[in-house]
Design a protein around this ligand. Sequence first.
Ligand code: CDP
Length: 789
Amino acid sequence: MSTPRTSAEVCGMGHSMKRKEDPRFIRGKGNYVDDIQLPGMLHMDIVRSPYAHAKIRSINAERALKIPGVLAVITGETLAKYNLHWMPTLMSDTQMVLPTEKVMYQAQEVAAVIATDRYVAADGVEAVEVEYDPLPVVVDPFKALDPSAPILRTDKKDKKDNRIFHWQAGDRAATDKAFAEADVVVAQDMYLPRIHVASIETCGCVADFDRVNGKLTVYMTTQAPHAVRTVFALVAGHVGLSEEKIRIVSPDIGGGFGGKVPVYPGYVIAVAASVVIGKPVKWVEDRMENLQADSFARDYHIHAELAATKDGTMKALRIKTLADHGYADAAANPSKFPAGLFSICTGSYDLKNAFAEVDGVYTNKAPGGIAYRCSFRVTEAVHCIERITDVLAQELKMDPAELRMKNFIPPEKFPYKSALGWEYDSGNYPAALRKAMDIVGYEALRKEQAEKRARGELMGIGISSFTEIVGAGPSKQFDILGLKMFDSCEIRVHPTGKAMARFGTKSQGQGHETTYAQIVAEELGIPAAHVQVEEGDTDTAPYGLGTYASRSTPTAGAAGAMAARKIREKAKKIAAHLLECLPDDLVWEPGKFTVKGAPSRSKTIQEIALAAYTNHPQGMEAGLEAVSYYDPPNLTFPFGSYIAVVDIDRGTGAVKVRRFVAVDDCGNIINPMIVDGQIHGGLAMGLAPALLEEISYDEDGNITGGSFMDYLLPTAMETPSWETAKTVTPSPHHPFGAKGVGESATVGAPPAIANAVVDALSHVGVRHVDIPVTPEKVWRLLKEKGLSE
Ligand code: CDP
């Protein structure tokens, strides 16, 4: 067994004197959690486990409590007195807040130190002495299912193995039959490694319990403030925290990407500390705590099979997957979808038969499975179908573009019912791929590739024609912990014709302030500059499920349009009263109602707004406001075709993405510049796992990729100049024809790059390479194939 690190090493900490000069602790001035300073505020830091699996023999806080300024050391025993040492996860599993018996992953929270100063709290952490008795560690999910594997969740008395769930979709018998009858069958194992959102801002909160009026305010880095409020009320109701006395404020967030949806132990401990001590308590993770203990995604081991005829017509898809969730199922999936929306894995292809199954498994790793810039496992699904499609092309010696064109769902077949049960709203896949091929100059590139190959140079072209599934979701299928996944907007038009629009979502940098104002402006004719957009404060915003999985435009954006339309209906009645005509005699043009056939007789929305408070019709309520809780009738299905061109250095194995063309279709676009920003950022976040990022573990559960020294983020050096373009296929059911877009590029880019790398090496028999395609991995392949220089 390798030597575990100390708690301080796990957290990336040295001595406090050194830390005081550490740039990680220099604060900016903004509206972030870490900028919040409250009178009398205390600070919290966390003792973390150096072991991945161990019994806690003892925790000795004596030395820590002697440090001037250290006020308290909170352990699992402390929380157990209030029954707050365990909490539910969003998937109705349970997760420790602080342990009373054993730790289950390296960097797990073991105790918390509360002090008057942040650095003193860190000194306290180093002074807490914990004795552990190491237990056998399970890091491999395949081994975790072996009958001889130790059962990890000993807290669950009836648990006899390490399986969390088995999920399946599709018709197994029909799929097996189609496979038996097929001319060609290809199969491929692939692994999508554990990765981390690595947002600029780590997680943190300021919990502020006001003893005088019994109200708890928590400023926290959350993407879903309302859901958190309800969870806090349900979990801590028995200690007096009632929902009307809880206010969650999510100020500016420095990136979330799904990682800030779950409730992490640190939040709960800070709240408990504030309630008990009666003072505000701030907790902000440092970078390594963030990288090692929360916000993990992917970790899917996939076995995919695709059956086809000799001419390349796809017949059936069969997938078996093992999902490593770490020690708790703390994914942020909708309740009915333990494997997220993985069943979008038939992708853009007209596949009549499909069967997919996923088994969730416990291991000694931090809880994972968050929807990292993806709609609950769509990234895994897209990678799988786009990779296996290329494997089939290679087997059939067909051009991958031709194979895709042959199998795309034809545009006239929409709305299209997929073999795994989704109704795709709209799409035109051939148009997107054709456009990408034209922009990149596909035929010329294939010629160039052939010439280069003849000269011994390695160049590859990779395609990904993905279908997304976003906008969770219709309440008949979608809920989180029972809360239906609608979203909301409340608009108030003030007497001077200016408006306030509040939403149940929460931007983390996606520009909702701009695009939501545009939606209201478009619907009501009030200039966008006069629409104040607010989100993230549960005391003011209407209830909503938050922002993740590109759901904001399909849900809250739609609610914005619907609320504005309600206001327009009322405005019409007020205009008719002012113009002394019937409402039906009025026509709407942006910003005013005009009497049909009398263009000089009109009332602007501003005049109507004033009348709503000064001269409204008798019998009508005064005011001009409306709220909409929008329950989408279906999800939206954005799509795109991406083409990557890579060159591989035969000396080092380094992959250079020379060109990357991204054609996206998100239906009608609200703001082209914001959409392009989303695509550019998403592409960089797609290139990252394709080439660089992986959180890995050794066999003792030590994290071997837990700092930015090992976990490599993309920089300008690795990213090419993205070439973006659009096609527009509106959603037929969304109020203004839009689909979500925020995650498309993160979902679509990795298989394009992986396919390009395999394409560069296909002539020597390489059929697959797992991401991240690191220089080392490629170099080993080149060596194996006799291609290295
Ligand atoms: O939920 P999230 O905000 O991450 O994702 P989204 O709904 O895809 O929106 C991302 C940003 O792009 C928002 O500011 C949207 O309003 C904007 N957008 C747009 O301008 N047009 C679209 N068709 C879709 C999104």
